[in-house]
Ligand binder design. Structure first.
Ligand SMILES: CC(C)(COP(=O)(O)OP(=O)(O)OC[C@H]1O[C@@H](n2cnc3c(N)ncnc32)[C@H](O)[C@@H]1OP(=O)(O)O)[C@@H](O)C(=O)NCCC(=O)NCCS
Length: 188
């Protein structure tokens, strides 16, 4: 069995499966220290990490644990980053949401736009009841994205991550199916 990675459209974005040709853009994104400053692992230093990530996309589909999509701007085809559902648990009907966008794309509403259509797809196709997301407590932009989508901050994971010796707390956010349906995801 596989979980086919979806192709989704928004007004400005195409969400599509990753291709090998994305490796250079992906490496540029994940090796950028500013982009990764609140990430739970250090910036990439080796191109092989991009290859492993791309292999991981296929493995997620094959093992039915989630779906990772590349984000491309429709107007010019520019690779903007990616969005993911991972840790899908069909018994619990839960999964986790994550995203990473290139710095040049920040502040235009792209992350919220992409996550919204991916949430629609996931609630419809995976029969989810709960989606979870965690973010560094210093990452106000990510927290704001989650809150615009209707996620509720449920708590703090103290000293959750240690990256290069830097200890950080995380907020844990949850979004329930009934809240998503009620808001129809239109809660900006
Ligand atoms: C977090 C991230 C995905 C946001 O992407 P984006 O496309 O800029 O997000 P959006 O434009 O949809 O929304 C960002 C919101 O955060 C707000 N924001 C940005 N920086 C902020 C800050 N320092 N303090 C408070 N709010 C902030 C924006 O004003 C916007 O809210 P608004 O629509 O009410 O004005 C992007 O910055 C990113 O990829 N960062 C690096 C990777 C990362 O941290 N991923 C998340 C890991 S949990």
């Amino acid at each position: 069995m596989t979980l086919p990675t979806p192709i989704l459209h928004t007004e400005r974005l195409l969400l599509r499966p990753f291709a090998d040709a994305d490796a250079d853009d992906l490496f540029a994104l994940q090796s950028n220290a500013e982009v990764l400053r609140y990430w739970d692992s250090p910036p990439w230093t080796e191109r092989a990490q991009a290859a492993r990530f791309l292999d991981g996309c296929q493995r997620m589909a094959d093992e039915e644990t989630g779906a990772r999509v590349a984000l491309a701007r429709k107007s010019d085809g520019e690779f903007l980053g990616w969005c993911t559902f991972n840790g899908w648990n069909p018994d619990f009907r839960s999964a986790s949401l994550g995203y990473c966008l290139a710095q040049s794309a920040w502040g235009s509403g792209y992350a919220t736009e992409a996550a919204r259509v991916l949430l629609d797809w996931a609630f419809d196709n995976l029969n989810l009841n709960r989606v979870q997301s965690e973010t560094d407590t210093r990452n106000m932009a990510s927290a704001r994205v989650l809150e615009k989508l209707g996620f509720v901050r449920e708590g703090t994971l103290r000293e959750d991550c240690i990256v290069n010796g830097d200890v950080s707390d995380s907020w844990i956010y949850g979004l329930l199916r009934r809240d998503w349906i009620q808001s129809a995801g239109r809660c900006t």
